[in-house]
Write a protein that binds this ligand. Sequence first.
Ligand code: NAG
Ligand code: NAG
Ligand code: NAG
Ligand code: NAG
Ligand code: NAG
Ligand code: NAG
Length: 565
Amino acid sequence: MPGPCWWSLAALLLGLAVVQGRFVQSDDDGWRCKGFDCELVEMEQPGQRALKVSNRQHVLHGPEQTLTVEAGKTYHIAGQVKLLGHHTGPTNHTLHMIVEFTLPDGYKTSTMADSRHQLSPLDGWVRLHGEFTVPTATQGETRVYIAGPPPTVTFLVGQPTVTRSPRDPSWRNETDAVIRNIRMNNIHINVTKAPGMKDSDITILIKQTNKSFPFGTAVYAKLYNNASQAKYRDFIGKHFNWAVPERYLKWFFIEPVRGQKDYSDALNMIHGLRSQGLKVRGHNLIWPAKVFIQKWVQALSGDDLREAVKDHIEETMNKTRGLVEHWDVINENLDEHWYKNRLMDPDFDLETYRLAHSIDPNVKLFINDYAVVATGSDTEKYLAEALRFKEANVGLYGMGVQCHWPNNLEPDPYLIKERLDLLSQAGVTIWVTELDVWAVDENTRADYYDRALRSLYGHPAVEGILFWGFWDERHLRGEEATLASGDDLTLNAAGRLVFDLFENQWMTRETHTLSESGSAFTVRGFHGDYELHVMHKMQERTDLKQTFTLLPGADIRLSVKMTGY
Ligand SMILES: *[C@@H]1O[C@H](CO)[C@@H](O)[C@H](O)[C@H]1NC(C)=O
Ligand SMILES: *[C@@H]1O[C@H](CO)[C@@H](O)[C@H](O)[C@H]1NC(C)=O
Ligand SMILES: *[C@@H]1O[C@H](CO)[C@@H](O)[C@H](O)[C@H]1NC(C)=O
Ligand SMILES: *[C@@H]1O[C@H](CO)[C@@H](O)[C@H](O)[C@H]1NC(C)=O
Ligand SMILES: *[C@@H]1O[C@H](CO)[C@@H](O)[C@H](O)[C@H]1NC(C)=O
Ligand SMILES: *[C@@H]1O[C@H](CO)[C@@H](O)[C@H](O)[C@H]1NC(C)=O
């Protein structure tokens, strides 16, 4: 393994721009090349380019970019390379991805983020990826460069990305700081004693009784409406304040055969949920995925189809008027286009939102899609869609991000933040509408939920979080995604973690004895409803009990006047 000096010398000869996680497309795509030839070439996918590197003088020559990174943090770096040439047999070339840091006094040190050996042009595009931690002493520039094959070899380099690594533990502190900032406010308490009272005899209890942050689940009407499933219903009432009917409001469920409509499952459940104090999302009016469209609808076209859609939306919104707070008007509009195609109308979606908004201007309208936060293939497309809806002024309120994590994929707090940051550029509120992670081992699953929930709750654009079910007797993803098991809905490790977050760590309960806190003190509390209790000599002074609500962005001042009885 070559020493640091060897690499540094090479780095001096070379010359790139990556902003955290996103590739900046400038005229040169951020690349710098010194002492050899570089040329940007178009790749197979439109809009994507690669750098063609040729005529190097040394194995250590290679294109370079400057990285925007922070000392002490751990990053993941990835890029694509492809050797060019006409070799018919295997060759044994090596490609390194090297990251070089600048220390005080200009000293350089470097680390090999990844190396690939035995490469030949026959391998095509090869992914280089690895991790590095920026030394805490780093001052000045950090660079990455790609080098290694003999100078005569020409190669392509494409799309380097740098993201904070999911193994970088700072995400926890960072999300905690955001949570403290956006999900909490101050409760200032000022106690005035009556003459003769001692500070050590007075204790104030600040107890949150209800959280205002929306935290919910998808609910199965067949279970919920079944009187012998009271445990399911009770569990929902105990742990959640929002709900969404899993499939019972979808058109194919309500009207499988033309004219034979049945809203009773959905409406019974919605009334039940509301009587338990839960709020309800409506999901969904239209789902343009052909497999979920009834045969009779598929047989329609033109004005008949438009009319059927309009009737369905109007009747469903009429029936749920005042009962649901949200509607996912069109579900998964990014990749499913049956209605648009059938009607040959690219603006069918905008028209549908306009219609829904005119039927009930009070209900909040959402788009709702996947592969935008849990994975990122459609994040940019979703931003563009939100902007398109916003500009068309069709009454869009929010973006639903589904958040079904693929099997065994550990949620990456840095990617979640990066994707939410990008989506929030639309200036539209974000709701997590269908959360689940998948892991066989319940402790691993608990860790996955911990990463996901802290990252989501710890992002300012997120206004609510709903799970897509929780029980092993009924979960779309199977028991590997669940929080509770068996007829008694016993919490597993994932469930214990999740409800500890929402009912303990993210709820406020503090006691202050004046001899320790002073008679004027501050409690930083999570938003929601509260009770303040006053104890004097271990006895509650019920006459001094107060209730109040702590709202986002508004600190509260309370005074307690300790008169004698
Ligand atoms: C290829 O090169 C690497 C590094 O130089 C060496 O360790 C390895 O033995 C070589 N493999 C073959 C098949 O020549
Ligand atoms: C996170 O915060 C704790 C407590 O304030 C501190 O001890 C720890 O060093 C921090 N960790 C990181 C990775 O910043
Ligand atoms: C607490 O209340 C007393 C009496 O009303 C007042 O004089 C004092 O300034 C208050 N202290 C604080 C910190 O608000
Ligand atoms: C809890 O708070 C929510 C939101 O502020 C409110 O709508 C709901 O009625 C409250 N529930 C109870 C039981 O007080
Ligand atoms: C209700 O639940 C019970 C107990 O699980 C089950 O035996 C029964 O079939 C259910 N009834 C309906 C109508 O689904
Ligand atoms: C919906 O409600 C409006 C207002 O009450 C009514 O005019 C309309 O006919 C209803 N539409 C359907 C399809 O039920």
